[in-house]
Design a protein around this ligand. Structure first.
Ligand code: NAP
Length: 416
């Protein structure tokens, strides 16, 4: 008989919370990890992901380590059970246990409702949206050399025009702001304009840059590119660029180097152990990642640019439906599928679980369980190389073997 759901996660007896000490994650052998199944196809892809993660950990560490999963609720399931989209207990659990994973959540259409995803990111201050983009051989894609793409995007998650400070055309608020801009600041806007505000702060920028540099150091990355439109938006995106350079010079002078220093002092040869910090204008960046993707490694960028470049890059490697992602703050991280709930396929055991599976791989890597993370990637690569794939890839491949969502997970386990 299944247990009655509770808002409080049921904590397995054996589990311990992951710790965060001096800016580093410390993972016990039996960490408690909250999960949100998600709506629509969420339960299907979650089942496959859990199977694959548990198998990877078991194969890598035997009985010495095991994730202690603790279900928490959000989205439609939470409405059904508790009458609210995200209970406070879910926020508490994600904060307390530090590393969590979620399937996609429905965003109800209609005025005044802020998406559950946005609420989670905001309330937990998960300020870095991290998207590693790379090609898995065999995945159909539109470019000739997809293997040249191996880029990690660090997108700022809390500021920019996404801060939600917007006033509708014709409202008293928009009128008041327009008058203020004209009369007090000498910056007229048309009387019938809707107005959005684009805040970008030194604090918000520097903490993102710090996180991206730390990631670069830990993962042996060679370059970091600040993507911005600072030539036009000087005091927001231009300042973003300046603050990023400042942070690198102030906090990592021995580990980073600018393009200027590279040519002035090292004849263009990157000295070992340094990360090259450069910047590119946003529109040029879109050309660069298509024409010379192997020159880019980490991209650090404000919210809106980050939204665009993440999806464009994922499409380049054919992986828009299989791209992993995470929203990370200081000592709290939430890993998630990047696609939505695809409601028409809910419960059909049909869709591709790779996005959530690769997010689980990112999660294990973040926890320091790299051997298990590597097994997931190995299993996925083999399975796709064998052309054992779900419908979305099968319809684009020749002579592929069509499997269900659960069978795809089982094949990955076989191939680890
Ligand atoms: P969607 O759920 O991503 O689905 C769009 C299409 O993408 C699907 O019809 C399907 O294409 C394909 N697709 C998505 N996931 C797939 C998977 N795992 N395997 C194979 N194909 C997959 O986008 P949507 O229809 O715009 O959004 C539906 C709901 O999800 C909305 O409520 C939206 O707000 C929400 N959403 C949530 C998140 C999140 O929680 N992070 C993100 C985006 C959207 P075909 O029809 O061609 O097979």
């Amino acid at each position: 008989m299944s247990e009655k759901p509770t808002k409080e996660p049921r904590i397995p007896d054996r589990g311990e919370a992951i710790d965060y000490v001096d800016g580093r994650i410390e993972t016990p052998e039996f960490p408690i990890v909250p999960f949100i199944e998600g709506d629509g196809i969420g339960p299907d892809i979650w089942r496959a992901t859990r199977l694959v993660s548990d198998a990877a950990v078991q194969k890598a560490y035997g009985a010495d380590r095991q994730i202690q999963w603790a279900q928490v609720y959000a989205g439609e399931k939470s409405i059904e059970l508790f009458g609210e989209w995200i209970p406070e207990e879910t926020f508490d659990a994600i904060r307390r246990y530090r590393v969590s994973i979620k399937g996609p959540l429905t965003t109800p259409v209609g005025g005044g409702f802020r998406s559950a995803n946005v609420r989670l990111r905001r309330s937990l201050d998960l300020y870095a949206c991290v998207r590693p983009v790379f090609w898995v051989p065999g995945v159909p894609c539109p470019v000739r050399h997809p293997q040249k793409v191996d880029i990690v995007v660090f997108r700022e998650n809390t500021e920019d025009v996404y801060a939600g400070i917007e006033f509708q055309s014709g409202t008293p608020e928009a009128g008041k702001l327009a008058r203020f801009l004209e009369e007090e600041l000498g910056s007229p806007v048309r009387a019938d304009a809707g107005i959005g505000i684009k805040p970008i702060s030194e604090f918000g920028t520097k903490r993102l840059m710090r996180k991206a540099i730390c990631y670069g150091i830990e993962h042996g990355r060679r370059s970091l590119t600040i993507m911005h439109k600072g030539n036009i938006m000087k005091f927001t995106e231009g300042a973003f660029k300046d603050w990023c350079y400042e942070l690198a010079a102030e906090e990592y002078p021995e580990l980073t180097i600018t393009e200027q220093q590279l040519w002035d002092d090292y004849n263009g040869e990157l000295p070992p152990g340094r990360i090259l910090v450069k910047d590119r204008i946003a529109d040029a960046m879109f050309q660069q990642v298509l024409l010379r993707p192997d020159e880019y490694d980490i991209i650090v960028t404000p919210n809106l640019n980050g939204d665009y470049i993440s999806d464009a890059l994922s499409a380049q490697v054919g992986g828009i439906g299989v791209a992993p992602g995470a929203n990370i703050g200081d000592g709290v991280a939430l890993f998630e599928a990047t696609h939505g709930t695809a409601p028409k396929y809910a419960g059909m055991d049909k869709v591709n679980p790779a996005s959530l599976i690769l997010s689980a791989r990112m999660m294990l890597d973040y926890m320091g369980w790299t051997e298990a993370a590597d097994r997931i990637l190995k299993g996925l690569r083999h399975t796709i190389a064998q052309k054992t794939v779900t419908y979305d890839l099968e319809r684009q491949m020749e002579r592929a073997y069509l499997v269900k969502c659960s069978e795809f997970g089982e094949a990955i386990v076989q191939n680890m």
